[in-house]
Design a protein around this ligand. Structure first.
Ligand code: SF4
Length: 389
């Protein structure tokens, strides 16, 4: 991946604070937007290289005279419509931004907010998370799903605390080398936390850019070389504008230019969107296979076991329901660190004991539970670093 290395701007670092939201946000937005509406954009001439399913791209100038207007329209929309998420507008530390990005993977940002607030109140930095009881970490992850991410985040915290003195490194390559951190998260931290100029590429951004500039649907799956080239070509050269561009394109994809039902009539880019002009061909088409139903899957069974462990000590016993894990945001009572689930209780969770034992084995292998000699279960008492994404 060809990346222009960002220049750290030290923009974040105000700490985690929820105080004075409205006033803070307004001021922060002004600061964030400083000079951006009139920021010079030096269009890079070029055409996309031909690639899979993008024959039409070759004749499309992705950067043209309309680029500046697109940027201006988008930034004006961002100023008025950006969601007031607590890790935005310079209110979170770089570590807080990283936590928000890890939590937001495969989970809607609006759902992440209460978990992030509770999490950061207990573990505001890498060092505090590094020393946390792993059972507490898994419990606090609650309904965010894919709990291996919690273990990987704790593993990441240990490396940051020990190798980098509790401060996230400012280099993309060093971020990428951290446990559980991929290209998207490293790029997002570089742009959103450090204010560096770097193309951030996630599903929402790919979809919006493909529609607006190429007039075709993005089909999901792994990002293609033409998509990455497009993201880099249209990224504003102005450093501060590049951050706003990444955030606003992503936001547009999350709340307006959605996958199945884009709200084109409300879209600030309707006047310049090639996809809309072409009649929205292939709207909603996906390359990836449909989502697997949840009921009866190993994921459901794993969630039931974790849910039961998280809720030990609660008045109501865990139910055999579809709910994959019913922890409350930031629930860190400590009860689960000293309590076990007996074999009888485990077997009551799921009738198919072959599937149940397979799932227990996989949870143990992932480092999310411990199996005691009498086959009772408990959440891990120590971080063992065995989880993987
Ligand atoms: S006009 Fe429609 S398809 Fe184009 S960017 Fe806006 S919401 Fe998406």
């Amino acid at each position: 991946m060809s990346l222009e290395r960002p220049v750290p701007a030290g923009e974040a670092g105000a700490g985690v604070s929820g105080a004075g939201h409205n006033g803070v946000v307004q001021n922060a937005r002004k600061n964030d937007a400083g000079g951006r509406l009139g920021a010079p954009y030096h269009a890079a001439a070029g055409r996309l290289s031909a690639g899979r399913g993008v024959a039409a791209m070759a004749s499309v100038d992705v950067v043209d005279s309309g680029q500046q207007r697109t940027q201006n329209d988008l930034f004006a929309w961002w100023d008025q419509n950006a969601r007031d998420l607590p890790w935005r507008f310079g209110r979170a530390t770089p570590w807080g931004v990283l936590v928000s990005e890890v939590m937001s993977q495969q989970t809607q940002m609006s759902r992440v907010v209460p978990y992030w607030l509770a999490w950061m109140a207990v573990w505001p930095d890498a060092a505090s998370l590094a020393h946390a009881d792993t059972a507490e970490v898994i419990t606090a992850w609650g309904r965010l799903g894919y709990p291996r991410r919690a273990l990987r985040l704790q593993e990441c915290a240990r490396v940051v605390a020990q190798r980098y003195g509790n401060e996230l490194p400012h280099a993309y390559e060093e971020l990428l080398a951290l446990p559980g951190i991929g290209d998207y998260t490293a790029s997002a931290v570089m742009s959103f936390a450090f204010g560096g100029r770097i193309a951030v590429i996630d599903t929402n951004i790919r979809r919006v850019l493909s529609r607006v500039f190429l007039g075709i649907e993005s089909h999901g799956g792994a990002s293609t070389k033409p998509e990455r080239e497009l993201a880099e070509r249209v990224l504003p050269r102005d450093v501060r504008a590049s951050k706003t561009w990444n955030q606003s394109v992503m936001e547009l994809g999350a709340i307006v230019c959605t996958a199945k039902n884009p709200l084109c009539e409300q879209c600030p880019l309707a006047g310049s969107c090639a996809f809309l002009a072409a009649g929205r061909p292939g709207l909603g088409e996906r390359r990836t296979r449909p989502r697997q139903r949840f009921q009866g899957t190993n994921r459901q069974v794993r969630g039931l076991v974790l849910n039961a462990l998280r809720n030990l000590g609660a008045e109501e016993p865990p139910q055999n329901t579809e709910d994959k894990d019913a922890g409350e945001p930031g629930k860190t009572t400590g009860k689960t660190s000293v309590t076990t689930l007996s074999r009888d209780q485990v077997e009551a969770l799921w009738n198919d004991h072959v599937q149940l034992d397979l799932c227990i084995a996989s949870l143990d292998e992932d480092g999310l539970i411990e199996i005691l000699p009498d086959r009772s279960l408990r959440l891990p008492q120590r971080f063992n670093g065995a989880a993987s994404q």
